[in-house]
Design a protein around this ligand. Structure first.
Ligand SMILES: NC(=O)c1ccc[n+]([C@@H]2O[C@H](COP(=O)([O-])OP(=O)(O)OC[C@H]3O[C@@H](n4cnc5c(N)ncnc54)[C@H](O)[C@@H]3O)[C@@H](O)[C@H]2O)c1
Length: 311
């Protein structure tokens, strides 16, 4: 049994990770300031003697004896990370420093939940880990993108300078139960709008592409990555390489929900990437991992989860 700290553990991905780690027989400390996460997301774990929730902001140091750390604390939807951009950068950068400091003190292995956003609006397609990205450093998305890039730098420097055992994963667009219904993330937004028979908002022409990964696939990849040999640190892409245009996603959601919704088009926000698709060759060879849940199956599960919004 390991003692594992999950920062951001009350969020969408974090709550699934905590559940998985408890199921695997570990002790879990879930650290969260509940900015975008909620106690409801972890309600099923409360009362479990191996689970502890600590209300804490990663901008400030935290002390505990732990074997492993998953650093997920950071708002992930543009609405939330742009709400207080300075706070977002502090969360990424100071959060990384504080979690790396804890790893150094306790000799824990630590994983950074990085993002495909570090590739920006990519010129290389699909994105391979060796690609350095095309990121605007002064735009409205920069607080998130550059914060995450700086966190990767910090992880590498703590590894090179202090010998900290690190793992860096770059997560591509992930969806699943416990996403918020209204935080602007495309899969949850479309499903809820379709269930309510409201207009489905498409930004731009809808020709921009994304690849959508179901959360269970991501969690499997994260756990496999954490358990690789110490020499393998990443970065490694974790995402589903099946690419869809936003228009195709909207049409699929309407079909599966049987919705009466109409599509409406609004201007594309600044710096919205035109295309995104992970190259997962490295994950396939190093983790023997690839996504198992296709878009249609994943959407069916989302539609069931958001069923209460059906009008
Ligand atoms: N969902 C995706 O598609 C995706 C893609 C790439 C990367 N990621 C990364 O995965 C992680 C989890 O994302 P998510 O989709 O679950 O988002 P989320 O917003 O649901 O979860 C983030 C969690 O971090 C907590 N948090 C935020 N600031 C904090 C702070 N200062 N101190 C302590 N806790 C704080 C929030 O309350 C929330 O519980 C994030 O780091 C995100 O950048 C997610």
């Amino acid at each position: 049994m390991k003692k594992i700290l999950v920062s951001g553990g009350a969020g969408f991905i974090g709550s699934h990770l905590c559940t998985r780690l408890i199921k695997d027989g570990h002790k879990v400390i879930c650290l969260d300031n509940l900015f975008t996460g909620s106690e409801e997301n972890i309600a099923h774990l409360k009362g479990n003697p191996h689970f502890e929730f600590v209300l804490h902001d990663v901008e400030f140091p935290y002390e505990a004896e732990v074997d492993e750390i998953y650093n997920l604390a950071c708002p992930a939807s543009p609405i939330h990370y742009q709400h207080d951009a300075i706070k977002t950068i502090k969360t990424s950068v100071l959060g990384a420093i504080n979690m790396l400091g804890l790893a150094k003190k306790t000799n824990a292995k630590i994983m950074q939940a990085s993002t495909s956003e570090i590739y920006g609006d990519p010129i290389i397609h699909p994105q391979v880990e060796s690609y350095w990205g095309n990121v605007n450093p002064i735009g409205i998305r920069s607080c998130y993108d550059e914060g995450k890039r700086c966190a990767e730098t910090l992880f590498m420097d703590y590894h090179r300078q202090n010998g900290i055992r690190i793992k860096i994963i770059r997560i591509f667009n992930t969806y699943g139960p416990r996403m918020l219904p209204d935080d602007g993330r495309v899969v949850s937004n479309f499903v809820v709008q379709a269930l309510r028979n409201e207009d489905i908002t498409i930004y731009g022409s809808g020709a921009q592409t994304r690849s959508f990964q179901y959360v269970d696939d991501l969690i499997e990849g994260m756990v496999r990555m954490m358990n690789t040999e110490d020499e393998f640190i990443g970065p490694i892409n974790l995402g589903n390489p099946c690419e869809f245009s936003i228009l195709e996603l909207a049409e699929k959601v309407i079909e599966l929900t049987g919705s009466q919704s109409k599509l409406i088009f609004k201007p594309l926000p600044h710096d919205d990437p035109r295309q995104r698709k992970p190259d997962i060759t490295l994950a396939k060879s190093k983790l023997l991992w690839q996504p198992a849940i296709g878009l249609e199956e994943g959407l069916r599960r989302m539609i069931e989860y958001f069923g209460k919004y059906r009008s």
